[in-house]
Write a protein that binds this ligand. Structure first.
Ligand SMILES: Nc1ncnc2c1ncn2[C@@H]1O[C@H](COP(=O)(O)OP(=O)(O)OP(=O)(O)O)[C@@H](O)[C@H]1O
Length: 255
C-alpha cells in the first residue's frame, strides 16, 4: 500500500448563497497522478484554491502527510511541500527565465543578510547551489537556451514549462497543476504528458491536476474525480470514469 500524501475530507466552500464546493473528499497517494474534471463552474478551481491556501474552506479538513493544512495561508502550504501553477501562467514577466528560477528559491535558502554582506563561504555555497538548481531545471525543461530572455517573451508552451520548473525547484512532494494543457498545441500536450510522467517517476512525487483535455487526462491519470455543481459524482480509474453514465450525463446533459 502506498502512503497517502493528501487527504481532503468533506470539503465545503460557500460564496454567499452559492455552495461552490459541496462535500468533496479525495485522497492522493504517493506517486499518484490524480485528476479533477467536470464541466465549467463545477467547483474544481475552488477545490484547488482551498487546498493550496488561497481560500479558507467553509467546512472540512485538509491534511498533507497526515498534518493539517486547513486554513494555512498559501506560503505556509508551499513550505510544507505543496505548490501549484495557475490557469493563467504567473511568472515575473520582466525577469529573465533564469532569474525567475533564482527568485523562486529565495525563501528556501537561509543565507542571512550578514553572511551575504561579508561574502562568507556559507553564502557563496548557497548561491552556487541556487544557480546549479536553476540550471538543472532549465535543462530538464528544455529551455536553457532561453535562460537570459525575459520570461514574458517566451512562447506560451515554454512559459508553462518555466512555471512548472519554478514549482519543482522548491522540491515539492505534491504538485498542483491548474489546466496545464490550456493553450498548448497537440505536440506540446504530448510533451506535457511525458513531462508529468517523468516528474513523478524521477522525483517520487504526486501530481493533482485540473484539466479539460480528455485525452491527456485519460492518458496520464491513475484516478479521476468528476465534479458537477460543486458535488463529487464519481471517483475511479480512467476506464471506470469514462464508462460511468453519471459522467456522460454531466458532460452531455440529458436528452
Ligand atoms: N471568489 C468567488 N466568489 C464568488 N463565486 C465564486 C468565486 N470563485 C468561484 N465562484 C463560483 O463558484 C462556482 C465554481 O467555480 P470554479 O471556478 O471553482 O469552477 P471550475 O470547475 O473551476 O470551472 P472552470 O472549469 O470554468 O474553471 C462558479 O459558480 C463560480 O462562479
Amino acid at each position: 500500500m502506498s502512503a497517502t500524501v493528501l487527504r481532503v475530507d468533506s470539503l465545503k466552500m460557500r460564496f454567499g448563497g452559492l455552495l461552490a464546493v459541496d462535500s468533496v473528499s479525495l485522497q492522493v497517494q504517493q506517486n499518484e497522478v490524480f485528476a479533477i474534471i467536470g464541466p465549467n463552474g463545477a467547483g474544481k478551481t475552488t477545490v484547488f484554491n482551498c487546498i493550496s491556501g488561497f481560500y479558507k474552506p467553509t467546512e472540512g479538513n485538509i491534511d498533507l502527510h497526515g498534518k493539517p493544512l486547513t486554513g494555512l495561508p498559501s506560503h505556509k502550504v508551499a513550505q510544507r511541500g505543496l505548490v501549484r501553477t495557475f490557469q493563467n501562467v504567473r511568472l515575473f514577466k520582466k525577469l529573465t527565465t533564469l532569474e525567475n528560477l533564482l527568485v523562486a528559491q529565495h525563501t528556501q535558502h537561509e543565507s542571512n543578510f550578514l553572511a551575504g554582506l561579508l561574502n562568507l563561504p556559507s553564502y557563496r555555497r548557497a548561491e552556487r547551489k541556487t544557480m546549479e538548481a536553476a540550471l538543472f531545471w532549465l535543462d530538464f525543461m528544455g529551455i536553457r537556451q532561453y535562460a537570459n530572455r525575459e520570461a514574458g517573451t517566451l512562447a506560451y508552451g515554454h512559459q508553462r514549462r518555466l512555471e512548472i520548473a519554478r514549482c519543482m525547484i522548491t522540491k515539492p512532494t505534491l504538485l498542483l497543476l491548474d489546466e496545464p494543457a490550456a493553450g498548448l498545441n497537440p505536440q506540446e500536450k504530448k510533451d506535457l504528458a511525458g513531462l508529468i510522467n517523468r516528474l513523478r517517476r524521477e522525483f517520487d512525487m504526486s501530481v493533482l491536476l485540473i484539466e479539460h483535455d480528455m485525452s491527456l487526462i485519460m492518458g496520464i491519470s491513475d484516478r479521476i474525480l468528476v465534479m458537477e455543481h460543486g458535488k463529487p459524482i464519481v471517483t475511479g480509474e480512467p476506464d471506470v470514469v469514462r464508462a460511468d453514465p453519471r459522467v456522460i450525463k454531466a458532460y452531455l446533459g440529458e436528452e
